[in-house]
Design a protein around this ligand. Structure first.
Ligand SMILES: [Zn+2]
Length: 327
C-alpha cells in the first residue's frame, strides 16, 4: 500500500502516538556508570577531559554509588588507581587493593546496586600494558593466572559481575575455572570480547592513569577494520563460559553490535567510551549542539543496534532525564 492510503506521518503526529510506536526503549536500568576509585579520603579529583567525572576515594565513591542507585541506574563498573605501580601490576590482585576495598564498602552501602569489576592489569603496571611483559611483548599465558587471581579477589570482595578487559587469549576460560574452584560458580563473567585498539580511549587513560609507556595495544586489542574477527572473539568467549559479551567502543562499532546480536542472540553490552562522551561535552560547551539531546540519541542508537546494556559516563546525568516524559 502506498500513498495516499499509507501515510507514515500519522503515527508521528503527537507525543502520545510517538511514544506508542517507539521501537527502542532506553531506561536508567540499562545503564552502567564507570567509577574511578583511588586511595585516600575525601578525594574528588576531576578529570579535565570528562566533565562531571572524577577520581574518587572510597568514601566519595560510596556517596556517588548511593546517588546512582537512587537514580535507578543498572550498576557501576569500578576501575582502580593503585598506591604504587610495578611490572607485574601487583595491586590488581591484592585482596586488600583498592578494588576489593571499594567493593566491600559499596556492597555495604548499596547492597542492591550491581557492582561490576573490570579485570585488567594496565592501571597497575608501571609500563601501562594490560599484561606482564616478555621483552616488549605482552606475555599472554603468564598474564592469565594473574587475571584469574584478580577475578577471584574481586568476587570474594563482593563483585556481582567480573568483566575482563585485557584481550588476552583464553582468559575467560581460565577466569571461569578459577571462580568455580573458589566457590564463585554463580558469579557471571561479562567478557570485553570485541575490544578495539581505539583512539576514543584518550580521556579514560587520563582518568585511570593507564596510558602505555611505550608502543601501543594493537598487539592484543582488535583492528578497527575487522568485524568477522569480532564474531570469532565472541564465539570463543561464549565457549569459554562468558555470560554476557561486550563490544567496545560503541558508536564507531554499531555494526559490530548488530552482527553480534543477530548471530548469537546472547546478552550484549556496549561501552560508550570516554572519547564518545568527551566529544559531545566539548561540542555542547561550545554551544555547537544540545548535549542532552545528543547523549539521548547516542544511547538510543546503541540500544537500537542491539545492545542490552550500555556502560556509559552519561549514566549519572541522563538517568534522571529518563524518568521524564519524552517528546
Ligand atoms: Zn587494560
Amino acid at each position: 500500500m502506498t500513498y495516499p492510503k499509507t501515510r507514515l506521518r500519522r503515527l508521528r503526529a503527537t507525543p502520545a502516538l510517538r511514544a506508542l510506536s517507539r521501537e527502542t526503549s532506553l531506561s536508567a536500568a540499562d545503564l552502567v556508570q564507570p567509577l574511578f576509585v583511588c586511595h585516600g579520603e575525601n578525594v574528588r579529583r576531576p578529570v579535565a577531559s570528562m566533565p562531571g567525572q572524577a577520581q574518587l576515594s572510597v568514601d566519595e565513591a560510596t556517596r556517588e554509588a548511593e546517588a546512582l542507585a537512587k537514580a535507578g541506574v543498572g550498576g557501576v563498573i569500578l576501575f582502580g588507581l593503585p598506591a604504587t605501580k610495578d611490572p607485574e601490576g601487583r595491586e590488581a590482585y591484592d585482596e586488600n587493593g583498592i578494588i576489593p576495598k571499594a567493593l566491600r564498602a559499596l556492597k555495604r552501602a548499596t547492597p542492591d546496586l550491581l557492582l561490576w569489576a573490570d579485570v585488567c592489569l594496565c592501571e597497575y603496571t608501571d609500563h601501562g600494558h594490560c599484561g606482564i611483559l616478555n621483552g616488549d611483548r605482552v606475555d599472554n599465558d603468564r598474564t592469565l593466572p594473574l587475571l584469574a587471581r584478580a577475578a577471584v579477589a574481586y568476587a570474594a570482595a563482593g563483585a556481582d559481575m567480573i568483566a575482563p578487559s585485557d584481550m588476552m587469549d583464553g582468559r575467560v576460560g581460565v577466569i571461569r575455572r578459577a571462580l568455580d574452584d573458589a566457590g564463585q560458580a554463580e558469579t557471571p563473567i561479562v567478557a570485553y570480547s570485541a575490544k578495539y585498539a581505539s583512539a576514543f580511549y584518550g580521556p579514560f587513560r587520563e582518568a585511570a592513569e593507564s596510558a602505555p609507556k611505550f608502543g601501543n595495544r594493537r598487539g592484543y586489542q582488535m583492528d578497527p577494520a575487522n568485524s568477522d574477527e569480532a564474531l570469532r572473539e565472541v564465539a570463543l568467549d561464549l565457549e569459554e563460559g562468558a555470560d554476557m559479551v561486550m563490544v567496545k567502543p560503541a558508536l564507531p562499532y554499531l555494526d559490530v553490535i548488530r552482527r553480534v546480536k543477530d548471530r548469537f542472540g546472547v546478552p550484549v553490552a556496549a561501552y560508550n567510551v570516554s572519547g564518545e562522551f568527551a566529544m559531545i561535552h566539548a561540542a555542547a560547551r561550545n554551544g555547537w549542539l544540545d548535549g542532552e539531546r545528543a547523549a539521548l540519541e547516542t544511547l538510543t542508537s546503541i540500544r537500537r543496534a542491539g545492545a542490552d546494556v550500555i556502560l556509559t559516563y552519561f549514566a549519572k546525568e541522563i538517568a534522571p532525564v529518563l524518568g521524564r516524559e519524552r517528546e
